[in-house]
Structures are given as structure tokens and as C-alpha cells.
Ligand binder design. Structure first.
Ligand SMILES: Cc1cc2nc3c(=O)[nH]c(=O)nc-3n(C[C@H](O)[C@H](O)[C@H](O)COP(=O)(O)OP(=O)(O)OC[C@H]3O[C@@H](n4cnc5c(N)ncnc54)[C@H](O)[C@@H]3O)c2cc1C
Length: 275
């Protein structure tokens, strides 16, 4: 019986601010009167974005730039105005690092098309050998749902069974190929094992579970949440992942993401698109 896995998203890192160096920088700019907000008042990623934006106009305090006579002191209003005015490039300074596990190559194929603002390290099927099983995530669309009528429930059940048989058959073929190339023997060098592993991956379906690390800046995250946490258009797996990421970002970074609201379909829609 093939192994079923859950998809999980791990927030493994994010931008932090060095307040001592920020103070030294602000003093250099003669923004001595600007008080760096307390850690409880603003997250580091949001603070960094606000500082970068304020540097553009030297708007840390009135008069520092003679053209600026008034400054917004409320950071919520300040960041909302950045979004409203489309000054989104400052959102690129702050980054979140996610490990995403249990996803298939259906997900990674789509995710990795997002070029702008992302760093990607995906599990290598050239190096990673499937010894015991070929695990996969059972798509939500074929899970049992109490609202299904008998016909739909029967089709879903049959689909789950055929998925298991297909993955099971691939496991058997894969093991057979491992035998052909004596891969169970411990005597082969790494180069040999890599070449065989790389060749054999061709028979593995794109539903196989994999994972990796994706780091995205705040501008890129806003864009991909808008495109992929969108129920009618997004594929179900990337929708599943980005619904989780949307919830996490809104909770962790309310100043940067709270213009997103969930509609009746479960899609996350921003007030400010393409910032
Ligand atoms: C519903 C849906 C269906 C899709 N179907 C297909 C399909 O059938 N075939 C297929 O190949 N792809 C398909 N895609 C993928 C799609 O075409 C994009 O490649 C993918 O969504 C990445 O998004 P992006 O282009 O916004 O790039 P990102 O890298 O996320 O870039 C973000 C933004 O930066 C700007 N940008 C990035 N790179 C450049 C550049 N080189 N030049 C100028 N501006 C740039 C653009 O404004 C872009 O929107 C589909 C995507 C969706 C959401």
C-alpha cells in the first residue's frame, strides 16, 4: 500500500532587524529625533520596509528633508499608504523562508514559475532514491466529503483506489529496476548511484511527494498569494499551500498583509493588487 503524506508548511526563517545598526544609520542621517518603534509595536520585516521607504524621502521626521513638513507617525497608516501608492519595491527588502514538504511536482512545477523575488532549493530526484515507497499526497478533490452524493462518492473512492494501484505498480517497477542495477549492494560509488537514481526517476509520476525551501520577499509573497490562493483559477495543490501561507502571513505580518480578505470561495483577495 503506497504511503500517503500530508502537506505541511514550516516557517523556518525570516528577516530580522539590527536595531543598534539602525540607530547608528539614523544618527548618521541626522535623524536623531526618530525613535525606532519598540519590538512589541512592529515586526522586524515591517519595520525594515518602513525604514527603507522613509529613507527614500528622508521622511523620518519633519524638516530632515526641507520638502517634508509632515510625516505619518502611525506605521499602520504609513505602510497602507505605501501599498495604496504602489511603492511596492520596498516590500522586497523583507523575506520569509518556508520549508514546504509533502508537495508534488505538480506544485513545484507551478511554484517554480514564479521567478521574481524567490529563492528555490527543491529536493533532487537525481540524488534522492526511493527505497521503500513512492509517497504521495491524496488531493483534496478526491477525499470523502459528507456533501457528496452516492455517485460522486463512488467515483472518488474508485479514483483513490486506482491512485494507490498506480503508485503501488510504480513502486514495484522501481524496485525491479533497482535490482537490475544491483542498487541494494553497498559496493557502488556515489557517482554510480547518482547516475542510476537519475535515470530511474523517469518512471515516477509527477504526483510523488517532494519538498524543499522557498524564500520569498514580501512583494513576491503578496503577488503569489493573489494568484495562487484564488480558488476558481489556481490548481488545487498550490491553492492548498497558498491558503495556508496566506493565513500565516496575515497573522504574522498584519501591517503588510491585512488588506487581504477571504471571499465566499475561500480565495484571498487583496485590496491593493500588483503593488
Ligand atoms: C491560472 C493559471 C494558469 C496558467 N497556465 C499556464 C500555462 O498553461 N502554461 C504556462 O506556461 N504557464 C501557465 N501559468 C503560469 C504563468 O504563465 C506564470 O508563468 C506564472 O504564474 C508566474 O507568474 P508571473 O508571470 O506573474 O511571474 P513572477 O515571477 O511571479 O513575477 C511577478 C511579476 O513580476 C513581473 N515580471 C516577472 N518577470 C518579468 C519579466 N521577465 N519581464 C517583465 N516583467 C516581469 C510581472 O509583472 C510578474 O507578474 C499559469 C498560471 C496561472 C495562475
Amino acid at each position: 500500500m503506497p504511503k500517503h503524506v500530508d502537506i505541511d508548511v514550516f516557517l523556518i526563517g525570516k528577516t530580522s532587524v539590527n536595531r543598534v545598526e539602525v540607530r547608528r544609520w539614523l544618527d548618521y542621517l541626522e535623524a536623531n529625533g526618530y525613535e525606532i518603534p519598540e519590538q512589541e509595536a512592529v515586526t522586524d520585516p515591517a519595520l525594515l520596509i518602513a525604514l527603507a521607504a522613509k529613507r527614500c524621502y528622508k521622511s523620518f521626521e519633519p524638516g530632515l528633508n526641507p520638502n517634508v513638513t509632515k510625516v505619518r507617525t502611525d506605521l499602520v497608516e504609513y505602510i497602507d499608504n505605501i501599498l495604496k501608492s504602489g511603492h511596492g519595491s520596498v516590500f522586497e527588502h523583507s523575506v520569509y523562508n518556508f520549508a514546504i514538504e509533502g508537495v508534488s511536482r505538480v506544485f513545484t512545477g507551478e511554484m517554480n514559475r514564479h521567478r521574481a523575488g524567490w529563492a528555490i532549493s527543491e529536493g533532487s530526484m537525481r540524488y534522492i532514491r526511493f527505497d521503500k515507497d513512492i509517497p504521495y499526497w491524496v488531493p483534496n478533490s478526491i477525499l470523502e466529503n459528507p456533501s457528496d452524493d452516492a455517485d460522486l462518492a463512488a467515483r472518488k473512492k474508485a479514483t483513490r483506489e486506482i491512485f494507490d494501484r498506480a503508485f503501488g505498480a510504480t513502486e514495484e517497477f522501481y524496485k525491479e529496476l533497482l535490482g537490475v542495477w544491483d542498487m541494494e549492494e553497498g559496493s557502488h560509488n556515489f557517482h554510480y548511484k547518482k547516475r542510476v537514481t537519475s535515470c530511474l526517476r523517469r518512471i515516477v509520476g509527477m504526483g510523488v511527494a517532494t519538498g524543499g525551501v522557498w524564500s520569498g520577499n514580501m512583494r513576491a509573497l503578496r503577488h503569489v498569494i493573489t494568484m495562487r490562493a484564488d480558488e476558481p483559477s489556481a490548481e488545487e495543490e498550490i491553492f492548498h499551500v497558498f491558503s495556508k501561507i496566506a493565513g500565516l502571513m496575515i497573522e504574522s505580518e498584519p501591517m503588510l498583509f491585512s488588506d487581504f480578505t477571504k471571499d465566499g470561495n475561500g480565495s484571498w483577495k487583496p485590496k491593493y493588487k500588483k503593488v
